[in-house]
Write a protein that binds this ligand. Structure first.
Ligand SMILES: *[C@@H]1O[C@H](CO)[C@@H](O)[C@H](O)[C@H]1NC(C)=O
Ligand SMILES: *[C@@H]1O[C@H](CO)[C@@H](O)[C@H](O)[C@H]1NC(C)=O
Ligand SMILES: *[C@@H]1O[C@H](CO)[C@@H](O)[C@H](O)[C@H]1NC(C)=O
Ligand SMILES: *[C@@H]1O[C@H](CO)[C@@H](O)[C@H](O)[C@H]1NC(C)=O
Length: 349
């Protein structure tokens, strides 16, 4: 079906956009931050108390969310690796069927708003609508919370310990009372656990998590390298979001899911993650970021096309192609996918 083949192409278009636009966009944003008084909070760092608290539940099979939902158009090497990694690390991941999107709807969504607002291209519009569909599913199912992941993401073998520390930190950052049983508390809309760019410096009110599995700055790659270089070693920072980009994985609270639909449900920006970032920056959404990120996209080896953007389905005979050689995942020390499928780490060095 054409809807299957357009999605990888859409992702390719979207990622090309990142390559050309993200760096310059980030520079502009970071300059804006550097010049503004936007972030003049004092650094308040608190040690992590032992977790007897509800944050322990953040180490369960759905990482303390009511469900983990993967955004996926169809079975592929992405979902095969995803399920293998989930099994290997004891996670339960659901892949709800994606409703078909007619290309006229995709174009209509792209065209929403007047001439002077920003518009997504066709590929970005398609990806954006797919995220909205999944968030509508969260709202319609009245979930207390959900973790939404893209189907090529990867994570560390110790994910279920990482999230307990992060939940503890989120509770501290938001002054959540011990009587609130929600693992991450409820004083947030979006939890950016799989971002690829962010702002951070010592002036941000931050709760640090002692985490030897945090990717060290000298091995860290990507647009968030600047902030990661400034972090204390072996620590993960949890703070109210500055300017996060990329939605490899993000948590939504019950209210957060509704707020996101309200805030970014009408298009009028370049892409879903950019719109979400703007909602966070303008404080229409309460967002919390985790740096270094704990989810990152896995990239298949060059022999398989060398990127996560290759067509995953053989058009003629409907077979799913699976990579036969190991790829790599940046910023994740002990990749769940690579350990599940090849029994070793695959951090590019
Ligand atoms: C994990 O904890 C959350 C929050 O308490 C809960 O909603 C979810 O059902 C739990 N997951 C599993 C698999 O028990
Ligand atoms: C949490 O409490 C601290 C100290 O009392 C305060 O500075 C901070 O603004 C509070 N944060 C939130 C999100 O309420
Ligand atoms: C964000 O909040 C501001 C002020 O409350 C409001 O004017 C604006 O329309 C909101 N933006 C969106 C996209 O809801
Ligand atoms: C069917 O798919 C396999 C695996 O991708 C491929 O090697 C083969 O050439 C395909 N057959 C046809 C008839 O397209």
């Amino acid at each position: 079906m054409s809807s299957y083949s357009t999605v990888p192409r859409a992702l390719f278009i979207r990622w090309s956009w990142y390559l050309f636009a993200a760096v310059s966009a980030c520079t502009v944003i970071w300059t804006f931050y550097a010049l503004s008084e936007y972030r003049s909070l004092k650094a308040i760092t608190r040690p992590l108390a032992s977790s007897s608290s509800p944050s322990k539940a953040a180490g369960n099979a759905t990482l303390g969310f009511q469900a983990i939902l993967a955004l996926s158009p169809s079975p592929s090497w992405r979902t095969a690796g995803l399920q293998a990694a989930a099994k290997f690390t004891g996670l339960q991941i659901q892949i709800p069927p994606q409703p078909p999107l007619h290309s006229e709807i995709v174009d209509a969504f792209a065209g929403l708003g007047s001439e002077d607002v920003r518009h997504p291209n066709h590929g970005s519009s398609l990806a954006w609508l797919a995220h909205l569909d999944l968030i509508k599913y969260v709202v319609a199912s009245d979930m207390e919370s959900a973790l939404i992941i893209e189907d090529d993401v990867d994570w560390d073998l110790s994910i279920r310990e990482q999230t307990v520390g992060i939940a503890d930190a989120v509770r501290k950052l938001t002054n959540t009372s011990a009587s609130d049983a929600a693992p991450y508390g409820q004083s947030w809309d979006v939890l950016w656990v799989g971002l690829c760019a962010e702002t951070w410096d010592q002036n941000f009110e931050t709760v640090f998590v002692d985490d030897p599995t945090a990717c060290p700055a000298d091995l860290y790659r990507g647009l968030a390298k600047g902030p990661v270089d400034r972090l204390p070693p072996s620590q993960r920072a949890v703070f109210h979001s500055g300017a996060p980009i990329c939605t490899f994985a993000y948590g939504l609270s019950r209210d957060g899911a509704r707020m996101v639909l309200q805030d970014v449900g009408a298009g009028k920006d370049e892409a879903f993650d950019i719109a979400l970032m703007n909602g966070c920056r303008e404080r229409n959404l309460t967002c919390i970021s985790v740096l270094p990120e704990i989810f990152r996209h896995y990239v298949p080896p060059p022999s398989f096309g060398g990127s996560s953007l290759v067509n995953s389905k053989d058009e003629d005979n409907n077979t799913v192609r699976i990579e036969t050689e190991m790829g790599s995942t940046e910023n994740i020390l002990r990749s769940a996918r690579c350990h599940a499928l090849w029994g070793k780490d695959c951090l590019p060095r």
